[in-house]
Design a protein around this ligand. Structure first.
Ligand code: AMP
Length: 280
């Protein structure tokens, strides 16, 4: 496994792979790797001849300075995990390498980046799109792997590929969970023990919502989901929305769309967690 910090160097390596017509898979991450990330890498290994994992905490997608400062960084451990799993290249550029100049590209995602996360994290998805677009331009992968845990991000990346007409296949990978159902996340390690123990309420309540979505009205469902989670200290729902899985339009009833997903953001103290569940 080679660790490369420099854009020109990774491009040189990739060119060698392309010269021999190797299929290249990219897994973009912000590090602090867990089994969720590794499931993407494993899938990429099955479907590509060369796997590149990028580790880059992208400052322009953080709308909250404190969140950026506190974001966990565990590079040594990450590299060890990637080595064990048989990753070919790890691309770890610095902020200066990625952004030698101030970035000002603005994407038009229509409503897609205005709802759910977009409503509470202004500029977040534009920052995601800028960095993912840069990685695609630098690496030019055949396939790129994204987790369904960040469902809206997945749709944004697909839209980015459509807008820019990029020759890359976006592969969605299912959410990997802890034994108690909590979606794995780099931010989970910031939870204090007591909050971590109680955090299973999020997925348990999402499962309950899936069970009840054909019985309760969506308004009632939203109310009860919020009440159930907020009743556990110190959890506070920021939003719980039921939307079409194609384009995140609010669903008012179960018959509104053929695919419906429920998405949630919850504060456990200062730590913000997101999750989702397909209702139908
Ligand atoms: P991050 O490092 O949080 O930016 O995540 C990098 C990639 O891993 C993104 O495509 C995420 O959606 C994906 N990912 C994060 N957590 C999980 C999980 N629990 N299961 C599956 N994929 C995940």
């Amino acid at each position: 496994m080679r660790v490369v910090e420099n854009i020109l160097e990774i491009q040189k390596e990739i060119q060698k792979c392309k010269d021999t017509k190797k299929i290249i898979g990219l897994v973009p991450t912000m590090g602090a790797l867990h089994e969720g990330h590794l499931s993407l890498v494993k899938q990429a290994k099955c479907e590509n001849e060369i796997v590149i994992v990028s580790i880059f905490v992208n400052p322009i997608q953080f709308n909250n300075k404190e969140d950026l400062q506190n974001y966990p960084k565990t590079l040594e451990a990450d590299l060890e995990l990637l080595k064990q799993i048989g990753c070919d290249f790890v691309f770890t550029p610095s902020v200066n390498e990625m952004y030698p100049e101030q970035e000002n590209e603005i994407f038009d995602f229509g409503m897609l980046d205005k709802v759910l996360e977009g409503k509470f994290r202004p500029g977040h998805f534009n920052g995601v799109a800028v960095v993912v677009n840069k990685f695609f331009q630098i690496i030019n992968p055949d396939n790129a792997y994204f987790g369904a845990k960040d469902y809206q991000q997945l749709l944004i990346v697909k839209k980015l590929v459509e807008i820019k007409k990029l020759p890359v296949e976006i592969i969605a990978c299912s959410t990997v969970r802890e034994a108690d159902g909590l979606a794995m996340s780099s931010r989970n390690r910031l939870l204090v023990d007591e909050h971590r123990q109680n955090a299973s309420v999020i997925y348990k309540t999402l499962q309950w919502a899936k069970l009840m979505h054909g019985i309760l009205s969506f308004d009632e469902l939203k109310k009860q989901v919020t009440e159930r989670i907020n009743s556990v200290q110190p959890f506070q729902v920021e939003y719980f929305e039921i939307v079409s899985s194609d384009d995140l339009i609010v669903a008012n009833s179960v018959t509104d769309f053929s695919g419906i997903i429920a998405c949630i953001a919850v504060f456990a103290g200062k730590i913000r967690l997101i999750d989702n569940i397909i209702l139908k």
